[in-house]
Design a protein around this ligand. Structure first.
Ligand SMILES: Nc1nc2c(ncn2[C@@H]2O[C@H](COP(=O)(O)OP(=O)(O)OP(=O)(O)O)[C@@H](O)[C@H]2O)c(=O)[nH]1
Ligand SMILES: [Mg+2]
Length: 710
C-alpha cells in the first residue's frame, strides 16, 4: 500500500442514531471507491465493517471499525461507530481521533436523540459536521419536514448540497445544487446519469443554489466580492468556500442517500474527499502536561496515539493508532508512556475490518495499526525516546450501570478473570473491579445493552457460563449513643488455659468531639478506616488491671469486629472504644484471650449503643426533556430520592437529587424506558446516611437468616 502525504488524507467518523445506516453507507463508499467489488449488506451479514460475529448475530454495530479506501488519490479513513447509546465510548474515541463527523439521519425517523447526542459530541470536540439524510427510500418521507427539524435543532448553518426529487419508495433522483444537475440513479444504484434539471424543479433549484453560493461565499472576502460582481460562482469556487465553511463549522452540508440501494454514496465520497479538511489543517492533540501541541507535522518527534485495541483472529491483539507527529516506520523502537518501557513497531498496517495491508511507513495524520505490542493499551502514546511525552487521554463519562458477575462453575473463575481483563482492554468503558468488601466481581458500563455485550462475549467467545445479578450494597454500621459491656473469656481444657477479661464503654465518634472525662485517658490511638470513618481506642486502664502488652491484641479483636460489623457483617465506622478495666490471670492470660474478650465485649456494647445501618447515597443529575419531567420526578420519588433542585437548560431540565444506591439498581434501563432514551444521568458517591427503620429491620433479619444458613 502506498504512503499518503498528510494533505492527501481525510479522517472522518460515521456517527448518528442507531440504525441510521452508517455501516451500510460505509459499505457503499468502499464499493464505489473500488475497495471491494461486491456490495455487502446488513441482512446478509457480509459488510466489511460489521464483521464481528456478535455484530452479525445482533445485526447492529457493537464496536467501532476502522476502514480506509482511496478515491481521487486521497486516502479516506473512516471510523464507523455503533449508534446505540451504550456504545458512546466508541463514538467519543472516534470523535477524538478523526477530523470530521459524518452524521447520518434516518429520514424515516427524523432527528433522533442519538442524532442530537452525536452532534453535541462533534461540537464538543470542535469537529466539522457533514449531514447525510439516509433511508430516503421509505414510504411517506417528507424531506422538508425533516429539514425543518434539523434547522430547529442544529441552526441555520445547514447547507443543502442536494435534495431528493422523489423521496419515497420510488426514490432514484436528487437535484445536486453544486453541479446544478439532476442525478438519476439506475436500478441497483451506483453511478448516476447526469441530467439537466427538469423544468418543474428549476425555480426551486435556482433558489437553493443561490443560498448555497451565499453561504459558501460568506467565509471569504474574495468570494464575496466575486459573488456581488457576477451574481454567481463556479463549482470550483463554491467548493473552495464550502471547504472553508465546513472546516470552521460555519456550514453543515447536507447530502441525501439511500445507502441500501447505493443511491448517493458516491457523491458523499466525492464530497468528503473534496471538501473536508486534511489533518495538517485541523488535527491536533496536546501532551498531557500541556507543554506541546502536536499538529501532524513530520518534523515533530514521533508520537503515535493508541486509541483502540481489538482482538483479531489469527492476529491476536491489534493496536490502532493515529500518527500525531513524525512518522511510523516498520521496525522502529518507541517509548510507551504507559510505563516508559520500550515497544517495537514490528509492522505498520492499514486495516478495514478483516482486510489488512502492510505499509512501509505512515505519515502524520494517518491512522494505522500494529500488532505484538508488549503491553501498551488504549490511551497510551508510543513516543520518540527523545520526547516521551504522553498525549492527552480520551476522557469517558463515568459508568452508571453496575452489575455483579460470577461463573456458574467455580472452576471457570480463572478463565472468567482472563476474559474480563481482555474485554476491558478492548472496551475501556467497561470497567471490571473485584470488590474485596462485597466479595463480588463488578462490571460497570453505560447500560444493560453494554453489559449484555460483555455477556455475549463471555458466553459465546470464551464459552463460560455466567450469572449476572445485582451487586450487594456496601452498607456501613455505626452507633448513636454510649453503651457499656464487659466480657470474660475463660477456657480450661487440659493443658494451658485461656483467660482475659475486659470492660469497655463505647461512644459514637464525630468530627470535633471532646474526649470523655469519666475515665482518664492514659493513651489514645486514632485509626482511619480504609472504608471511611474512624476507630479511636482510649486506654483508660488504672493500676495495671490489664498489661499494656495486651493492648495490640485488644485492638486486633476490635478491628476484626470493625471489619465485620456486629449487625450485618458490614464495615463499621466512627466509634470510640474506652477500655477502662479488666482482669488478668498470671499464667493463662495471653493474646488470644484478650482478642476474643475485646471482640465479644465490642459486639455486646455495639448492639446496645443505638446501632444504625448506614447506606451509600449518591448525588444524581438527570437531564430530561421538559415533557418527560413529571414521569421522571415521580419515579425518583419512588426511589427515596431527595430532590435538591432543578433548572432549565434549553429544552432540557436538569434534576439534582440524592438517591440511595440501593434504589439506583438498573436505573439506566428504567430511565431509558420512561423517556424513550431521551434522558441521561450521572451519579457520584455523596455520603453515608442512616437507612429508614423498616429497612434496618429487614437487613437485620436477612443477616440473621444468612448466619443460620452458614
Ligand atoms: N430502506 C433502507 N434501509 C437502509 C438504508 N440504509 C440502511 N438500511 C437498513 O437499515 C438497517 C440499519 O443499517 P446499518 O447500516 O446497520 O445502520 P447503522 O447506523 O450502522 O446501525 P448501528 O451501527 O447499529 O447504529 C439495516 O437493516 C440496513 O439494511 C437505506 O438507505 N434504506
Ligand atoms: Mg453500524
Amino acid at each position: 500500500m502506498k504512503v499518503y502525504q498528510t494533505q492527501d488524507i481525510r479522517n472522518v467518523n460515521f456517527a448518528g442514531a442507531a440504525k441510521s445506516g452508517k455501516t451500510t453507507l460505509a459499505e457503499a463508499i468502499l464499493y464505489e471507491s473500488g475497495f471491494i467489488n461486491r456490495l455487502g449488506n446488513i441482512d446478509d451479514k457480509n459488510t466489511v465493517s460489521d464483521y464481528r460475529p456478535i455484530e452479525q448475530d445482533k445485526q447492529n454495530s457493537v464496536s467501532s471499525t476502522v476502514l480506509y479506501t482511496e478515491h481521487k488519490n486521497k486516502k479516506l479513513n473512516i471510523i464507523d461507530t455503533p449508534g446505540f447509546p451504550d456504545y458512546k465510548g466508541e463514538v467519543i474515541t472516534a470523535m477524538n481521533v478523526t477530523d470530521t463527523s459524518v452524521i447520518t439521519i434516518n429520514a424515516h425517523n427524523g432527528v433522533e436523540t442519538g442524532t442530537e447526542k452525536h452532534f453535541n459530541y462533534a461540537e464538543k470536540y470542535g469537529l466539522p459536521v457533514v449531514f447525510v439524510m439516509n433511508h430516503v427510500d421509505h414510504e411517506n418521507i417528507n424531506f422538508d419536514n425533516i429539514l425543518n427539524q434539523m434547522k430547529e435543532e442544529f441552526g441555520d448553518k445547514i447547507a443543502l448540497i442536494q435534495y431528493p426529487v422523489n423521496a419515497g419508495l420510488e426514490f432514484n433522483s436528487v437535484i445536486d445544487l453544486l453541479q446544478m444537475k439532476m442525478l438519476r440513479y439506475p436500478e441497483g444504484g451506483g453511478k448516476p446519469e447526469i441530467l439537466d434539471i427538469p423544468d418543474e424543479e428549476k425555480d426551486r433549484a435556482e433558489e437553493l443554489h443561490g443560498s448555497l453560493i451565499e453561504s459558501a461565499a460568506e467565509g471569504k472576502e474574495e468570494l464575496m466580492e466575486k459573488f456581488f460582481e457576477d451574481e454567481s460562482l463556479t463549482e470550483e469556487e463554491i467548493n473552495e468556500g464550502l471547504k472553508l465553511g465546513v472546516k470552521n463549522r460555519d456550514i453543515f452540508p447536507l447530502l441525501v442517500t439511500s445507502a441500501k440501494k447505493n443511491m448517493g454514496p458516491q457523491r458523499v465520497l466525492d464530497f468528503l474527499v473534496n471538501n473536508v479538511p486534511s489533518p495538517d489543517i485541523i488535527s491536533k492533540r496536546e501532551t498531557e502536561d500541556g507543554q506541546k501541541e502536536f499538529t501532524c507535522k513530520q518534523d515533530d518527534p514521533t508520537s503515535l496515539f493508541i486509541f483502540k485495541t481489538s482482538m483479531e483472529q489469527h492476529l491476536g491483539e491489534v493496536s490502532f493508532f493515529k500518527v500525531y507527529g513524525g512518522k511510523a516506520t516498520e521496525g522502529m523502537d518507541l517509548i510507551s508512556t504507559q510505563r516508559e518501557n520500550k515497544e517495537r513497531i514490528s509492522q505498520v498496517m492499514v486495516m478495514a475490518g478483516k482486510k489488512r495491508d502492510k505499509v512501509e511507513e505512515m505519515l502524520p495524520g494517518d491512522i494505522g495499526a500494529t500488532i505484538k505490542l508488549k503491553e501498551a493499551q488504549t490511551n497510551v502514546t508510543l513516543a520518540d525516546p527523545k520526547y516521551p511525552a504522553p498525549l492527552k487521554k480520551v476522557q469517558f463519562p463515568a459508568p452508571v450501570h453496575i452489575v455483579a458477575i460470577k461463573a456458574v462453575n467455580s472452576s471457570d473463575d480463572e478463565k472468567l478473570g482472563v476474559a474480563l481483563n481482555e474485554i476491558n482492554r478492548i472496551d475501556p468503558t467497561l470497567i471490571v473491579e473485584f470488590s474485596r468488601e462485597l466479595k463480588q466481581t463488578l462490571i460497570k458500563g453505560y447500560g444493560e445493552l453494554h453489559i449484555n455485550t460483555a455477556k455475549w462475549y463471555i458466553e459465546n467467545h470464551y464459552n463460560i457460563d455466567i450469572e449476572i445479578f445485582s451487586p450487594k450494597i456496601p452498607y456501613r454500621e455505626t452507633i448513636t449513643k454510649r453503651a457499656f459491656a464487659s466480657y470474660r473469656h475463660k477456657k480450661q481444657s487440659g493443658g494451658a488455659g485461656q483467660f482475659g477479661e475486659i470492660y469497655i464503654m463505647i461512644e459514637p465518634y464525630y468530627e470535633g468531639m471532646e474526649d470523655q472525662k469519666d475515665y482518664p485517658i492514659r493513651d489514645q490511638q486514632i485509626y482511619d478506616m480504609e472504608w471511611g470513618g474512624k476507630l479511636i481506642l482510649n486506654n483508660c486502664i488504672v493500676g495495671g488491671a490489664i498489661d499494656t502488652k495486651f493492648i495490640p491484641a485488644i485492638l486486633k479483636g476490635l478491628m476484626e469486629r470493625m471489619e465485620e460489623g456486629p449487625l450485618t457483617g458490614s464495615y463499621a465506622r466512627d466509634i470510640v472504644v474506652n477500655v477502662y478495666d479488666g482482669k488478668m490471670h498470671p499464667v493463662d492470660s495471653n493474646e488470644v484471650s484478650f482478642k476474643t474478650a475485646a471482640r465479644n465485649a465490642f459486639s455486646d456494647a455495639f448492639k446496645q449503643a443505638g446501632p444504625k445501618i448506614l447506606e451509600p447515597v449518591y448525588y444524581v443529575e438527570v437531564m430530561v426533556p421538559e415533557d418527560k419531567m413529571g414521569d421522571v420526578m415521580t419515579d425518583l420519588q419512588g426511589r427515596r430520592a431527595i430532590i435538591e433542585g432543578m433548572e432549565g437548560e434549553g429544552k432540557y431540565q436538569r434534576i439534582r437529587a440524592k438517591v440511595p444506591l440501593a434504589e439506583m439498581d438498573r436505573y439506566s434501563t428504567a430511565l431509558s424506558s420512561l423517556t424513550s432514551g431521551q434522558a441521561e444521568f450521572t451519579m457520584n458517591f455523596d455520603s453515608y446516611q442512616a437507612v429508614p427503620g423498616d429497612l434496618q429491620q429487614k437487613l437485620l433479619k436477612e443477616y440473621e437468616e444468612q448466619q443460620k444458613e452458614e
